[in-house]
Every structure is written in structure tokens, then in C-alpha cells.
Design a protein around this ligand. Structure first.
Ligand SMILES: *Cc1c(COP(=O)(O)O)cnc(C)c1O
Length: 358
């Protein structure tokens, strides 16, 4: 019995997408970003499918520990660094790189008692105003880290872009300039580019790149799909029809009766809903593939079900296959129809969705 709703993961596509990263950034080392359960794809599975990357990046210390405990020996970086001495001790113990972004971390590095040393990435805030040292603080932080015995030399040097997905904006080049100026004279490998930087900003390429979304085959730009850059989607989300029905003109379908039938309509009920991670805010008209053909979503998305217009498929029947997104229906398009970004859809796949590796 196949499960009602399942995600098929094409793990070979990860390799393919990595090769696109290497083509775009031939001189850079690759830190594959596998935070948030590898954007919903399964952190350990994805790490095992990308053995030749130069490092992994996760957000949290716990994620890094899980990778180490599973036996991964590659370099791992924790992008949020550590927020307390216990986290610092864990990074030291498991040999996980720390991102250093605030003065409290410098204090902890200066007081921690340990027989280990730590690889660190000094993070500059070049305008995103999230994590990192700003202005003159970066030089002081660099000096402190250089003087700290626990810290391995040379340091890594990094920043993160706020708007690299906007290729018409000026802020990315500004951020690159701020970074390059501040780092002038500092010794250490540099890292700036996320996926949007790798694809859209050759000026952002440096010693290390940090691709996330593009490894999963998805475009970092809202107006384009991954296939336009030669990427292949890793995840496709599948379900099937569980009922085919008719309503007459004037009736409504689903919660709150938001869909009013303007004519007699054949429609189908699909076993997928927000309880699986299908977006609650997908608008009527969002495309769904039934038997490989596009049909529009109609009415509200419920927890376990959606309804689709089958006017174009009068012979569809319960059991017929449905695809919510994947190779033939870009997750980027579903995100646009739901006023969100593909990241949230991939990350939002729930426990109930069975994963099938391909
Ligand atoms: C998440 C993240 C990335 C990867 O971003 P994508 O847009 O998915 O490529 C890179 N660097 C940092 C610091 C991040 O937090």
C-alpha cells in the first residue's frame, strides 16, 4: 500500500545541483547548508548524499552534534554560533566551527577552560542588521580572536546578504564593498555568497560559497524557477484522489463556503492538506497535477484535504495520482500562488508525509 501522501526525494539531483554550484563558483570551496532538516529533505540523508562537499553548515549547535553523532567527519559550521558556555563546550568537544558575531562570545572564548581548540568564522554585519559585528567593532573583534589561544588561526571571515535575490537592488554590491574594505589586511578565507549570491552576483564569489536552496533544485529568485538555471528539484510531493463528485450551480465547496460554483461542476477531493505541509493560503486557481494534467485548486485548503476542479478531467476517479509540486510543477509557482517563498514549503513538510528515496 502506498501512503496517501508522500514526498519522493531524487537524491541524485543533489549531486547534479552541486555540480551547478561548482560550475558557477569553480574556485570556491562549498559549504552545503543543511539547516532545518536540510530544508525539509532530511539532514542526515542529505549529508550522506553529498560526501564530497568541503563543509556542512547548520544553524544550531544541536544540528551539528547530530551530524557528528551520526559519524560525519567533514567540517561543520554552526551559523548561529553559541549562546552560552555549554554550547561553546559542545562545539569544542565535537569540533564544530563557530560563527562569532557578538561580544559576549568573545568573553566566553576568553574564559572557557578547555584542552581543545576551535575553528571560527568572524561574521561582519554589512547591512542585514541580523548577526555580526558592525563598523569599527569588526577590527576589534578580529584582534581579540587573533589573541585568543582557544581559537585556531587563520580565522574564517564571513558576511551574509540581505537582498541578493533582488538583482536590481544596490544593497548587495554595497555589502560586498563594505566587506571587502573591512577585511582588507585581515588574514583568512572569505565567505559571502548564499544561493542568490552564487547565481546572481559573481562579485560575491570568494574562497567559500554557502549554497542552500539551490542544492535542493530551487531558484533563489522569486520570478524564476530552478530549471532556468539548470537545477533539478529534489523533492516532489504526491497524493491521490479519494473522491470524485458533482455539485450544481449555486452550491459552495469547503470550509466557510468560499468557493461558489458558478455552474454544475465535477470536482475531486485530494488527500493532502496543511497537516502535510501543503500551504493553507494557496489561492483558488493554484495548479495541481491530476493524472499529469494541470487542474485548479478550488476552495479552502483543509488540514487533510483539498478540492480541485475536474471539469477538464471528467473520467478522473478515486486513486488517480496527484502531484502538488515537483519536476513538472515547480514549487516556486506554488509558493507564488500562496504568497510565500519555496523555502517555507520545503521546510514545512510534516512528520505525516512519508519520504520515499529515489
Ligand atoms: C541559510 C543561509 C545560507 C543559505 O541560503 P540559501 O538562500 O538557502 O542559499 C547561507 N548563509 C547563511 C548565513 C544562512 O543563514
Amino acid at each position: 500500500m502506498t501512503p496517501a501522501t508522500y514526498a519522493v526525494l531524487n537524491l541524485d539531483a543533489l549531486q547534479h545541483n552541486l555540480s551547478i554550484v561548482r560550475q558557477l563558483a569553480p574556485n570556491a570551496q562549498v559549504m552545503a547548508v543543511i539547516k532545518a532538516n536540510a530544508y525539509g529533505h532530511g539532514m542526515l540523508r542529505v549529508a550522506a548524499s553529498l560526501p564530497q562537499v568541503d563543509a556542512f553548515a547548520v544553524a544550531r549547535v544541536e544540528e551539528g552534534i547530530r551530524l557528528r553523532q551520526a559519524g560525519f567527519t567533514q567540517r561543520i559550521a554552526a551559523l548561529e554560533g553559541f549562546a552560552c558556555i555549554e554550547e561553546l563546550q559542545a562545539l569544542l568537544h565535537y569540533d564544530i566551527d563557530a560563527i562569532i558575531h557578538c561580544p559576549e562570545q568573545l568573553d566566553m572564548l576568553n574564559t572557557v577552560i578547555t584542552e581543545h581548540t576551535l575553528s571560527v568564522w568572524l561574521k561582519q554585519d554589512t547591512g542585514m542588521n541580523r548577526l555580526g559585528f558592525k563598523g569599527p567593532d569588526i577590527a576589534a573583534a578580529y584582534q581579540q580572536l587573533m589573541a585568543c589561544n582557544v581559537v585556531r588561526k587563520p580565522l574564517g571571515l564571513m558576511t551574509h546578504f540581505a537582498s541578493a535575490d533582488n538583482r536590481n537592488g544596490a544593497t548587495t554590491l554595497q555589502q560586498i564593498n563594505v566587506f571587502n574594505q573591512a577585511m582588507d589586511g585581515f588574514v583568512g578565507e572569505r565567505s559571502m555568497a548564499n544561493s542568490a549570491g552564487i547565481v546572481g552576483w559573481p562579485e560575491a564569489l570568494s574562497d567559500w560559497v554557502r549554497p542552500g536552496i539551490m542544492l535542493y533544485g530551487v531558484s533563489p529568485f522569486a520570478e524564476q524557477t530552478g530549471s532556468e538555471f539548470g537545477l533539478k528539484p529534489v523533492m516532489s510531493l504526491h497524493s491521490h484522489l479519494i473522491a470524485v463528485k458533482d455539485v450544481v450551480k449555486g452550491e459552495t465547496i469547503g470550509y466557510s463556503g468560499t468557493w461558489l460554483c458558478k455552474e454544475d461542476t465535477r470536482y475531486g477531493v485530494v488527500a493532502v492538506g496543511y497537516g502535510d505541509g501543503y500551504p493553507r493560503y494557496a489561492k483558488s486557481g493554484t495548479p495541481v497535477l491530476v493524472n499529469g494534467q494541470r487542474v485548479p485548486l478550488i476552495g479552502r485548503v483543509s488540514m487533510d484535504m483539498i478540492t480541485v476542479d475536474l471539469a477538464s478531467q471528467p473520467h478522473a476517479k478515486p486513486g488517480d495520482p496527484v502531484i502538488l509540486w515537483g519536476e513538472s510543477l515547480a514549487v516556486e509557482e506554488i509558493a507564488r500562488c500562496s504568497d510565500t517563498i519555496p523555502y517555507t514549503l520545503l521546510c514545512g513538510i510534516t512528520q505525516r508525509v512519508q519520504i520515499i528515496e529515489q
